[in-house]
Design a protein around this ligand. Structure first.
Ligand code: NAD
Length: 292
């Protein structure tokens, strides 16, 4: 069997084109969708994530309020900046790039962002809405996975999905979204405490790997014809690569000979995350327009 490669780059671009049109319609009504992007410190990986988000916003005709703060910024200073942005009518979404420096509580930061502007879906109220099946923002990476499954007409309702990873950013929201009635999947959530991971993955119609462990999903762990969604983005050293490393996922690409659909790394789930972030900024701007 040879797998269909799911092109997240192409779908991400298509979604971004739609976002651009929605941004332009909002602008005609006098609203320029704007995301405040806060980076505390100078971590090079975080800086590059933040820059690519800001570039994507500009390409979609939206505004980014770029806020760069020194590493020594106190928790109180950061919380006060977030409070100002919550009250700023020109800002529709707020994103604080994680990780924040150790002296700042990520939990307090997540709770400080107004749920109306919580485009990352990290506030407990946003998470609660998602778990309770209510309306609200969907977290960007898991939402991107759902969009990819939809684009490739992969049946999710009734499917057995094995999610590997229980982080608050990927694994837990992924599992929670999949069990909402509109997706109706049967979900098994595996993590580092799972005994015999392979016994579970072999039963899966869809495996979603978000463990951050390069190449851990091997062909003998996958049922013939299953779908493998690889969320992992791992740097592995490669002296032949210009930067001395290359990116790879959690799935060994050899699984392609067993599965029906497969997301590459890079070019699979990664580009979907930014597309869904832009989509959430539009959603936040729409809510602002309708005053809800
Ligand atoms: P994390 O380290 O917070 O969580 C990883 C989870 O995987 C943990 O809950 C752990 O229990 C589980 N795990 C790790 N090794 C395991 C194993 N051998 N067996 C079973 N479970 C195991 O990471 P995260 O933030 O959820 O990110 C996961 C991966 O996804 C990383 O590679 C990250 O870079 C990537 N990521 C990609 C995107 C994207 O846009 N594509 C977004 C976020 C994260």
């Amino acid at each position: 069997m040879s797998a269909v490669i799911m092109d997240g780059k192409a779908l991400g671009l298509k979604i971004r084109e739609g976002v651009k049109e929605k941004a332009s319609a909002l602008k005609e009504k006098g609203i320029t969708p704007c995301l405040a992007v806060i980076l505390v410190g100078e971590d090079p990986a975080s800086l590059s994530y933040v820059k690519s988000k800001e570039k994507a916003l500009h390409e979609a005709g939206m505004e980014s309020r770029d806020i760069r703060l020194p590493e020594k910024t106190s928790e109180d200073q950061l919380l006060s900046i977030i409070a100002d942005l919550n009250n700023d009518e020109k800002v529709h979404g707020i994103l604080v790039q994680s990780p924040v420096p150790k002296h700042i509580s990520e939990e307090k930061v997540n709770q400080a962002v107004s749920p109306k502007k919580d485009v990352d879906c990290f506030h407990p109220e946003s998470v609660g809405n998602m778990v309770l099946g209510r309306q609200g923002f969907f977290p960007c990476t898991p939402h991107g996975v759902l969009m990819l499954l939809r684009e490739y007409d992969i049946p999710v309702a009734g499917a057995h999905v094995v999610v590997i990873g229980r982080s608050n950013i990927v694994g837990k929201p992924m599992a929670n979204l999949l069990i909402r009635r509109e997706y109706n999947a049967t979900v098994t959530l595996c993590h580092t405490g799972t005994k015999d991971l392979k016994a579970f993955t072999l039963q899966a119609d869809i495996v979603i790997a978000a463990a951050g462990s390069p190449g851990m999903i091997k062909p003998d762990m996958i049922k013939d014809g299953a779908v493998v969604i690889d969320v992992g983005i791992n740097r592995v050293s490669d002296t032949s690569a210009p930067k001395g490393y290359r990116l790879c996922g959690d799935a060994d690409p050899a699984v392609m000979r067993k599965c029906s659909f497969f997301t590459p790394v890079p070019g699979g789930v990664g580009p979907m995350t930014i597309a869904m972030l832009l989509n959430n900024v539009i959603e936040a701007s729409n809510k602002f327009e309708k005053k809800i």
